[in-house]
Design a protein around this ligand. Structure first.
Ligand code: GLA
Length: 318
């Protein structure tokens, strides 16, 4: 009997470059995602795709098969509604959908961990757990507060009168792999001096002599605090202000922004009824995410934009 496995992309509302240091993140799974229509049979696995799927996608499917070691054979056809390479975690959605299609059984956390391992193998980028866990554990109507040390996932309801819009800068993400690994290494350098960054204070950060490593650590320490404040924000304006601060910190201390992202940020920030806007995902190009009143960005001119809604995580249906 054929069936379909579906997994969502994600947008991260706040908490960037904190997951791989055991910090806090707050992504949400979105209604755009990737489907694997699977027909079991035979002893080998074969995957094909339609034209909308990234040309390099087979590496990710192969890596999932390597990690999951399925015992079934069959044919899977991959389709997606996600923009590729925009920073909405199309690769995590693909990994999670393929894992479910080939019969992965386990908790959402086990699914996410297996797919994170596949991502490391396929891309060589030492990513954290955020994207795969958001895809596996999404909850409709909610963002997910994730503690990347305990890996506890706490759904946080999104207010009804707000809209989340992802706006593309028009710049493809560049150098994302090598610069990402460099940032991660710098965070590890900082942690070797002051201990786990999640527990470090700003006073601890000031003890770091190297100005670059100190700035990276300052971003992580302040970003973790912003995530916790965001999850408890009393109103949308306060939440939006934290997003603005997050972008500024990613730009100045973590240095993962680009002129195109900063220009777009400057334009979006002052649009009426936009409360907050920031880089979403690793940076180095790609998209910003904005929190606004419904309709506020309907007429905003950008290379591409998507209104996204918090959705359930991955599932299988016949
Ligand atoms: C990418 C990685 C995530 C996370 C973000 C930055 O999306 O896959 O694990 O580190 O960058 O927050």
């Amino acid at each position: 009997m054929s069936f379909r496995a579906w997994a969502p992309g994600r947008v991260n509302l706040i908490g960037e470059h904190t997951d791989y240091t055991g910090g806090y993140v707050m992504p949400m799974a979105i209604q755009l995602g990737t489907t694997v229509s699977f027909e079991p049979g035979g002893s080998s696995l074969e995957f094909t795709s339609d034209a909308d799927v990234d040309a390099g996608w087979t590496r990710y499917a192969d890596a999932v098969v390597d990690v999951v070691r399925p015992t079934v054979g069959g044919r899977g056809r991959v389709t997606t509604t996600l923009p590729i390479g925009a920073g909405l975690s199309s690769s995590a959605a693909l990994e999670v959908a393929v894992a479910l299609a080939v019969g992965f059984e386990g908790s959402p956390l086990e699914l996410a961990t297996a797919c994170q391992e596949a991502e490391h193998r396929a891309s060589g980028v030492p990513c954290g757990i955020m994207d795969q866990l958001a895809a596996a554990a999404g909850v409709s109507g909610h963002a997910l507060l994730i503690d990347c040390s305990s890996l506890a996932v706490t759904p946080v309801p999104l207010p009804k009168d707000v809209e989340v819009v992802v706006v593309h800068s028009g710049q493809a993400r560049t150098l994302a792999g090598s610069a990402y690994a460099e940032r991660r290494a710098q965070c590890e350098q900082a942690a070797a001096i002051v201990g786990p960054l999640r527990d470090a204070s700003l006073a601890d950060v000031e003890r770091i002599a190297d100005p670059v490593v100190r700035a990276r650590a300052r971003h992580v320490v302040t970003e973790n605090a912003r995530v916790l404040s965001f999850a408890q924000a009393e109103n949308i304006s306060a939440a939006g202000e934290l997003m603005i601060e997050s972008h500024t910190s990613l730009r100045d201390d973590f240095e993962v922004s680009t002129p195109a992202l900063n220009d777009l940020f400057a334009r979006l920030r002052h649009v009426r009824d936009v409360f907050g806007v920031r880089i979403t995902g690793a940076g180095f190009g790609g998209c910003l995410v904005a929190l606004c009143r419904p309709g506020a960005l309907d007429r905003f001119d950008a290379p591409a934009k998507w209104r996204v809604e918090p959705s359930d995580g991955a599932y299988v249906e016949s």
